[in-house]
Design a protein around this ligand. Sequence first.
Ligand code: OOG
Ligand code: NI
Length: 446
Amino acid sequence: MLPTWRLRAEFARRLSGMYGNEVPAYTTLLEVSAQVNDEVIARTGDTGRLGGIARVTAERHGAIRVGTPREMRRAALIFAALGMEPVGFYDLREAAASAVPVVSTAFRPIDAEELERNPFRVFTSMLTTADRRFFDPDLEARLESFLGRRELFPSELLRLAERAERERGLGEENAERFLALAVAAFELSPEPVDRAWYAELERVSAVAADIGGVTSTHVNHLTPRVLDIDELYRRMGELGITMIDRIQGPPRWDGPDVLLRQTSFRALAEPRRFRESDGSVGEGSLRVRFGEVEARGIALTRAGRALYDELIGEPAERWPSRFPRTERELAVQERAYFRYEPATGRPRDGRTPPQDLAGLLDGGWLSAAPIVYEDFLPRSAAGIFQSNLTDEGTRDSSVAGAHYDQQWLSGVLERPVHDPFDLYAAQQDRSLQQARRALGLPKDTS
Ligand code: OOG
Ligand code: NI
């Protein structure tokens, strides 16, 4: 029997192997990331404060794009089989200046223990075909009909996924079959692309064409995690791989690493087959996939995030005077999430611990371990999407956009879409109450 987490780890490993065969620059990126990580560990020691090296080395996120609520629901079932649940709602239509007509969520494990075993996550976007700013009624109808005719996931895969979710794993033979089918579902298809249809959608948005212009889905990118993203950025440049002009997310500074920093490069054009209007099939190429790398830091509370959102438009020099400069300040000001533990073996000398968090931390009664940010950032995601488009596409801003939100997505998926802040807060809260109990303190009700 392969339990859920092993299915997830094995899926991530095989997907990475498959993608490495498809996109050679990804393999280079993995090599450079591993090198940088080894060097950081040799320099600083593996303190594991933001995840141990075993986790970080295996850690990836993927990005996929689907066309309809039905496809989204089926993707959710496959991820559920892997112990990955929908977390967060991202509306990239508003976050991007270019035409990016999608809304998204991230499928990922939500328990600390499961994250530690393998934190594989997939940023999953769905085309907003009902949004009149991008698609007129005629194009919407043709898109719906095209998407309605395709099956991204074979029924055998869906049946095995249902079983894996229900039984929290699969026997060896079924697991093998499930993994092979699941990886194949995200492979680039040799099926010819209808040139005129693809081009028509491309005029609206390259993202729309990538999703709705082909009969299958594919991994758009797979992203390794690196411990020093500035160093990685420099080295990729030395290898002649042109990165986008900046690292998205918080600036480099000497304070704590928070949230997520990401950067990307455009992958090479890939050979694809095209069907022309006269019915003939010939060779061509498309350049839609890219490489991305990320560094992860501490998860911020709503208050911390509000401050981050305020500062992100400002120059990095402003950070030190405005953003908490130490983990202690982040904790005491309730700007970031931590897992609290009672300090062990410390003689009390007859003293009673103070009530407040600052006192508990400063007096050495409690230790605080950062909770890693496991999610994405809409502005960075939009930046990543955008920097890899050569064309802005078209958007009719004179008409109203269609409304999609987290509740709507929960309905589509027939599963709750978790709020990331609630997940981090619950984890912190549990640890704090437990620690207070261990110290003989009353429950903190603040
Ligand atoms: C997803 C872009 C967002 C990230 O890391 O923020 C993303 C896509 O291109 O499909 O992957
Ligand atoms: Ni990504």
